[in-house]
Design a protein around this ligand. Structure first.
Ligand SMILES: [Zn+2]
Length: 141
């Protein structure tokens, strides 16, 4: 009887583990239809970079390098074609107004303070422009 119960518990435990496992894996949900293509593109570019790096280190033979590079470029062309196709499809059907994936908008971070008068740039806030001597309105805020 105890053995039977132990067996049942073991089976239940295994079933539990097996049942839970898939949920543990983070499902990569495509944010936009282009997201996964962008990822692939980025991966290919990275591979190309690595390839070039290794080639320069002399880890690859000329032949290997050319061959792999060609493969990667072919793959890249495929991805780019897929992007074009998808975009054309979306535009044609009007399902989504060509929703570019929300690019990490490289916010033009203020790299300094610009004189509104002469355009001179300064690292720090200045009351008066060091170039033209005019007051820098932006800095007074
Ligand atoms: Zn100025």
């Amino acid at each position: 009887m105890i053995i039977a119960i132990t067996c049942l518990i073991a089976i239940a435990a295994i079933a539990f583990i097996l049942g839970v496992r898939p949920k543990d894996l983070p499902e990569p949900e495509p944010v936009s239809p282009f997201a996964h293509l962008d990822e692939r593109k980025a991966a290919i570019y990275e591979n190309l970079r690595d390839l070039q790096f290794e080639y320069r280190l002399g880890k690859l033979s000329d032949e290997d390098y050319q061959h792999t590079k060609l493969d990667l470029q072919k793959e890249l062309a495929g991805v780019l074609a897929e992007v074009d196709r998808l975009r054309a499809e979306l535009t044609a059907t009007g399902v989504a107004p060509v929703a570019e994936p929300p690019k990490k908008v490289a916010a033009p971070k203020p790299s300094g303070y610009v004189c509104p008068n002469c355009g001179a740039k300064f690292e720090q806030k200045l009351k008066f422009c060091g170039e033209c001597g005019k007051p820098m309105k932006a800095a007074s805020a």
